[in-house]
Design a protein around this ligand. Sequence first.
Ligand code: FSX
Ligand code: SF4
Ligand code: F3S
Length: 377
Amino acid sequence: MNESEKKNTYYEEFRRAGISRRDFLKFASFAAATIGLEYSAMGKVIEALETKERIPVIWEHFQECTGCSESFIRSAHPLVADILFDYISLDYTDTLMAASGFKAEEAKHESMKKHHGKYILVVEGAIPTKDGGVYCAIAGRTALDILKESAEGAAAIITYGSCSSYGGIQAASPNPTGSVPVRDIIKDKPIVQVPGCPPIGEVMTAVVVHYITFGRLPQLDSDGRPKEFYGKRVHDSCYRRPYFDAGLYAETFDDANAKKGYCLYKLGCRGPVTYNACGTVGWNGGVGFPIKSGNPCIGCSESGFWDNGPFVERLTNVSGGEIESTADKIGKILLGATVGAAVVHGVAANIVKKKELREGLNRGIENAEKIDHKLND
Ligand code: FSX
Ligand code: SF4
Ligand code: F3S
């Protein structure tokens, strides 16, 4: 094998990028925390990064607002996102890369050819199919055409955002450009759906690190979403949940109850029917998510959510009448002495998951160093 064909491991790529051993270990510990591994399993991530060849990522952008990329570059831990995507794995993204024009297209084709069957394809945005797909074109080619070509040599596809996962706003009624999600076009590749408008940046990093470490995709639900992040409703990790359980609601956006931070269910919150990790992982380093900013969840990670409005209308169609009866009945029963207990319980449940994630960040480096010594003994 000549020098140009030799593929570097992640660790070699790290060193080439001037990243120290200590920072590499930090990266490994953060990455392990992101995919929800126990500390004892951190050695697996370190070992994988030291021994496995890097997996290139090709990231395509179609019909979208680019909010997904905005969300991604503000991941909770910039070290993980920056190192993995900026320096190591990202071979092509027409939005974030410095190169442009023919050179960028050439680089993409070279990488796809060289890593045929091995790269991960990330798709942001929906694909218009009407009139031959003319409503979205890049470098003179339709999104439809580009998707088919990029998917052909991919080992797996991540549909990052609700547009590429479900069609998004483009596919909302009357869907003038005939927009569809990736899975309506590509049927012969494993697809990991990471919906949300925008989705959470950490989920993408987690899927890629999981794939590097274990050589397979993380566990998915029946809709192709990683269970680790989409296994629970927004309602189940919402810090306002104790107020819901206690029957304490904001009636309007600016009443005294809204100011006290009461539950937004009566203002149309879709948290009870929406699966996402907003309440535990969140955005901008875990600082916020819509409900924390006083806006009800609009269910942005669910299929067809744009057609489920008006968003400020209270939910009435929840199966089993759970919301109506639970909210109003339990509210009356719980009012009073149990409110404090409910608040403590809800907040504690929320904190546990956050703690798991944060612990990786605070204590990870010491653990990684201990494991590193063991591995090298
Ligand atoms: Fe869609 Fe993403 Fe919403 Fe926007 O790329 S999921 S419109 S946040 O940007 O695709
Ligand atoms: Fe939170 Fe909405 Fe559920 Fe209220 S209804 S607890 S605001 S998710
Ligand atoms: Fe979207 Fe609801 Fe989370 S609107 S960002 S799923 S809180």
